[in-house]
Design a binder for this molecule. Sequence first.
Ligand code: SF4
Length: 120
Amino acid sequence: MRREMICICCPRGCRLVAERENDNAEWEISGNQCPRGATYAIQELTNPCRVVTAVVKTNSNQIMFLPVRTDKPYPREGIAQLLNTLYGMTVNVPVKRGDVLIHNVNGTDIDVIASESIEE
Ligand code: SF4
């Protein structure tokens, strides 16, 4: 079994190759120029995650949308559901950059935070 991917952990963009003999064997990673690449490849193969960014509505008369993001990479399989939640919510202003808007999303220990501040 063989999978290829690009490491996105830094601009170098190493081409990673993951190989294993069968479904029960450990993945062996090559092509990485540092340990982060191997960690990234294993994560991608077992539980792929991404930082989720979006804009949500506000109750401000001046600035109608607030950019938000997760504070850590979020499991990819749940991103569509999380985006549905975000697109359905309205944030009350004022809000400060870093404010937690949703705490512990679906028990993941991941928060959704404001990426910018809105005074009014
Ligand atoms: S393996 Fe290391 S050097 Fe290569 S892209 Fe990933 S983080 Fe950068």
